[in-house]
Each structure stands twice: as C-alpha cells, then as structure tokens.
Design a protein around this ligand. Structure first.
Ligand code: PHE
Length: 366
C-alpha cells in the first residue's frame, strides 16, 4: 500500500487528508466486490492494516503540536469505518431477505432410514436379549492378547498373519501381546468381559470387524458379527444346541430346522458349524442353497479350557480372583456374520452395496 506523506500540518490539511482516507474506505465498502472479512483484514488488521500503517507514518513525521489532533482523528476514523462496515453487513442481510421468495417449493429434507445391517443386527441382538442375554460392546482397535493369544491362537497361526489381520503401524517395539490391530472378530469381547466380570455370564456382542481381504461380491474388508457367550456351572453342549435352535427359529420362522457339523476354532472345543434348513425352498433344494437344502450360518462350540486358563492368568496379573476354574465352570460361544444374514434376508447379491452409501439402494429399506 502506498502511503502519501503528510507535509502540511494545518488543521484544514489534516481534516482533508482524513476525509480522503474515509472516502477511500467507503468506496471499497460500496464496491460490488466488497468482502467484509477481506476488508476488515486490509483496513483494520492490527499488525498490517492500512489504518495502522497510516497512523504509524503520519504520527512519526508530525510536529509535536499536531500529534494530538492526528491521534484523535485516527480514533474517529476507525469508528467511522467500523460503523460503515456494520451498516454494510445489515444492508446485505436485508438484500438477501428481499430475495427470499416464499412461494417457491421448499427443499424437502427426506427422513433417514435405519441401515439394513443395523436393522438385522438389532433383530439378532433382540432375540438373545429376550432369552436373558445382556449387551456388551468392545473397541475395534484391539490388542493381540484379546484378539488372539487368550483365544488360544498359537503364535504362528495363519490368522495372525498380516495377510488377514490389519495391524496398526509402529507396534514392533511392543511385546507381542500388547501390539494393536483391528479386531478380526468380536470374540475378544468375550475376553474383555471375563476379565472384568464374574460368572455366570450370558452376553450378546454385536460389532464391526476388519480383515485384510480383497473386496468382491461376498467379501468386504469390513463386516459385522454378533457374538454370544454363556458361562456358568454346568453349561452343556445341549444348552448350546437348544439356544441356537430357538434363536434360528425366532429369526427365520418356526419351521426352520438346524443341524450341527463338527468344525474347528482355536477357542472352542468341541466346535461346530450350524446350518439351517434353506429358508428359500424349505429344504427341498434350490439355487440359493446349492441344491443341498441347507445354509451354513454360524460357528460355535464349548469354550476351550485353555481360554478360561488364559483369562484366570490375566485376572491374577490384574489383581483379581481367577473366578473361571475350568473344573467348575463351563460355557459355550457362538458367532455369526450379520452381512450374510442381511443379504439373505433382503435378497442382496453384492456385499459392496451395504457399504456404498448409495441412497438409491438405502432408500429401499426406508
Ligand atoms: N470368532 C469366530 C470367527 O470370526 C466365530 C466364532 C465365535 C466361533 C464364537 C465360535 C465361537 O470366525
């Protein structure tokens, strides 16, 4: 900014100089390109504003007798400019109020809908709540102990490989059990619950899980599970069968049948996969069930005594009673994929649609 030096310090000349500055400011405020914030910065900026620069320059060269008047005029000028700026603000507001045409159709804000995954997850949780289960949640960022070690995954189990597990950066310096990762299943919440609570437990645990998998029509690196844990004296495999049979009937209809196949999970022994009779053909065989009449839906089993031992060990380290003596306490656990159940329920053929955020898809569930 160019500053014209004051050379004539008569009152008339000073008045004239200030009038010119004010006119200049008013012209900028009236200009079509006026921007209040930019103006404020340019004129009133405390360090580099125009008024500051002018006052520095003019006061410096002024003879002592003129300094008082120039100082007063600067104060007055600042107020005049601020008032002009305020008026400009309220004028703008009036101008935009004048362009509001209330006869135009309004922009409708459509009501949101529950996401189909959340809806299904809530339905599953509800079935177990009605059987006396309590809700528990855990964090998606988990440590290796809760996600793997305590669940009886041996140190070199393939599931621990970074091929499947998304690990957080810069964890190498920490002891293995403390390293952070994105939980690969909801089972670590079994551990968290047993560490902080005493048996008996009947818990239902919904949540989001992560695996380092390439996305395709049936796989997504993020998906959802509902986990269950029932622990107490004399909990048996027939309790597990009865509970899951009831839950499947409550979810898919009372005519649905269940069957259990031997399977393997490191943290349950024995383990089983549960199939339900095909909800599309009633078990006769169709394309959906690959003509077998059955659909595989969840994994389950009796809590492995090694899991109780790991929990006891950790509870002792944390200064708590062991509380989960495998000689006195038994339990079952199960886990199901919410995405697959949702896709089956609504006839969705691509899991990616559940994560696309496409309102044309989501609006169908409103
Ligand atoms: N956590 C297992 C999985 O993600 C599922 C499961 C849970 C199996 C509980 C048995 C008992 O594959």
């Amino acid at each position: 900014m160019e500053i014209t030096a004051l050379t004539d310090f008569s009152s008339a000349a000073i008045e004239q100089a200030f009038a010119e500055v004010l006119a200049d400011a008013q012209a900028s405020i009236a200009a079509p390109s006026f921007d209040a914030e930019a103006f404020r910065l340019e004129w009133l900026g405390r360090k580099q504003g125009r008024l500051k620069a002018l006052s520095d320059a003019w006061l410096k060269t002024a003879p002592v007798e003129a300094k008082k008047l120039i100082g007063q005029r600067f104060n007055a000028l600042k107020e005049q400019i601020e008032t002009a700026l305020e008026n400009a603000g309220s004028l703008n507001a009036k101008a935009s109020a004048a362009t509001l045409d209330i006869s135009l159709p309004g922009s409708a804000q459509s009501l949101g809908a529950e996401h189909p995954l959340i809806k299904t997850m809530a339905e599953i949780v509800d079935v177990f709540k009605r059987m006396g289960y309590s809700l528990r949640l855990g964090p998606e960022v988990e440590n290796d102990f809760n996600n793997f070690e305590s669940l009886n995954f041996p140190p070199n189990h393939p599931a621990r490989d970074t091929q499947d597990t998304l690990v957080l950066a810069d964890q190498e310096k920490r002891p293995l059990r403390e390293r952070l990762l994105m939980r690969t299943h909801t089972s670590p919440v079994q551990i968290r619950s047993m560490l902080s609570e005493e048996p008996p437990l009947q818990l239902v645990i919904p949540g989001k899980v992560h695996r380092n998998e390439a996305a395709d029509a049936t796989h997504s690196p993020i998906f959802h599970q509902v986990e269950g844990l029932c622990v107490g004296p004399k909990v048996t495999f027939s309790d597990l069968k009865g509970t899951l049979d009831h839950a499947m009937k409550a979810l898919f209809g009372s005519s649905v049948k269940t069957r259990f196949f031997p399977s393997f999970f490191p943290f349950t022994e024995p383990s089983a996969d549960v199939q339900i009779s095909c909800i599309f053909c009633g078990g006769k065989g169709c394309r959906k069930c690959k003509h077998s009449g059955w659909i595989e839906l969840l994994g389950c089993g009796m809590v492995d005594p090694n899991v109780f031992e790991a929990v006891n060990q950790r509870r002792i380290e944390l200064g708590r009673e062991p509380a989960y003596d495998p000689a006195k306490i038994s339990g079952f656990a199960f886990g199901m994929g919410v995405d697959r159940i949702t896709m089956m329920k609504y006839g969705i053929s691509d899991i990616g649609l559940l994560y696309s955020g496409d309102t044309r898809f989501l609006a169908q569930f409103a």
